[in-house]
Design a protein around this ligand. Structure first.
Ligand SMILES: [Zn+2]
Length: 348
């Protein structure tokens, strides 16, 4: 009888004793935990001073993120950039995310990378492109804790209010020019437009390259309204939905830059959505046989493993070279053809 009671007690306490998911459990490399998201040191950083915004709920894939998630991430990006600004570290930054809609196991996150205006920023841009092409190295929990402790001082302003300045209504940049908009516009939304880039990224073949911009002049993310950001994310999701349906192997690279030091060329905020139809980037991020037992079964011989690794390396080198080269401008006819095609294809 007594033994039975102890057994029952043990059985009841088991769910309580189970280790909670590390995503939910607060970690020493977390800086802020919101309702839906957290700010932490990245697992595979694009640069050693960047920060990651990831979902702590069950909205793991980009397609699962809803308006509340995006609103919290809007707030968190502002808090991070405001910290770097207040402590005098950097005013310029890149926000980068990557989604492969067909991957069910994807954990989407934004990475915010600061660009201090110290003369080394171009080298840093090359380093980030290198990491996007070849994949960043994986940090252990211990390494993430060490990096976090070095960042504590910078992050002390995280809970303080930040400013959003609204610009004048028009400027003389290309995205305030109705002629440019007319030529490139695919969708005219409430506060935002979707354009096709006149000089799309090319990796072997042309990658469909969209730009989501506010209709009103906002020089950079620091000036963008939350409603504009929310609409930008909705439109990015529509693009993602379209490519998932028609090109299930595609990977979408989403990024925006604030400040010249980060590589912002047009002083009017724009979210890049670059679609690589075949998952050219993905192999370099996956190390089979370490993580997934299913991919192990496919690698049936050491020769196959070596040839796959060599193939991945060559692919990464190719990606890197293409991304470093200046992107060629499309002819007027080619641009018009792309614009008409996607106007008819993507349902916004
Ligand atoms: Zn403008």
């Amino acid at each position: 009888m007594r033994q039975g009671f102890i057994f029952l007690l043990l059985a009841l306490s088991l769910p309580l004793a189970a280790t909670p998911d590390p995503m939910i459990r607060p970690q020493p490399y977390d800086f802020q935990r919101g309702k839906y998201l957290k700010i932490c040191v990245p697992t595979c950083p694009l640069s050693n001073d960047g920060l990651q915004i990831q979902n702590i709920g069950n909205h793991q894939r980009f397609q699962d993120w809803n308006a509340a998630d995006h609103m919290e991430s809007y707030d968190m990006i502002h808090r991070i950039r405001s910290c770097w600004d207040q402590c005098g570290y950097a005013k310029a930054y890149l926000v980068y995310g990557r989604t492969s809609p067909s991957l069910r196991s994807e954990t989407f996150h934004w990475e915010v990378v600061p660009y201090p205006d110290d003369g080394w920023n171009q080298l840093k841009q090359i380093g980030v492109i290198w990491n996007v092409s070849f994949g960043s190295s994986f940090l252990t929990e211990k390494e993430r804790v060490v990096i976090a402790s070095g960042m504590r001082e910078q992050m002390q302003y995280l809970d303080e209010p930040y400013d959003i300045h609204l610009s004048q209504q028009k400027s003389d940049d290309p995205f305030c020019d109705p002629e440019v908009i007319n030529k490139q516009c695919i969708h005219d939304g409430k506060e935002m437009l979707v354009l096709y880039n006149y000089a799309p990224v090319k990796v072997v073949e042309e990658s469909p390259h969209f730009l989501i911009i506010p209709k009103n002049h906002r020089e950079n993310f620091n000036e963008l309204k939350s409603s504009e950001y929310n609409e930008a994310m909705k439109l990015a999701k529509k693009i993602s939905d379209y490519f998932q349906e028609n090109y299930p192997q595609s990977t979408l690279h989403l990024y925006h830059k604030t400040g010249e030091a980060a590589g912002q060329t047009v002083p009017h905020w724009h979210l890049h959505v670059v679609v690589v139809k075949e998952d050219a980037y993905l192999p370099s991020f996956e190390f089979p046989c370490v993580k997934s037992p299913t991919s192990c079964t496919r690698l049936d011989s050491p020769f196959r493993l070596v040839s796959q690794k060599v193939g991945q390396f060559c692919q990464s080198c190719q990606n890197f070279v293409y991304l470093m080269l200046p992107h060629r401008k499309l002819s007027e006819e080619d641009l018009a053809e792309r614009v008409t095609y996607y106007q008819g294809e993507i349902e916004f």
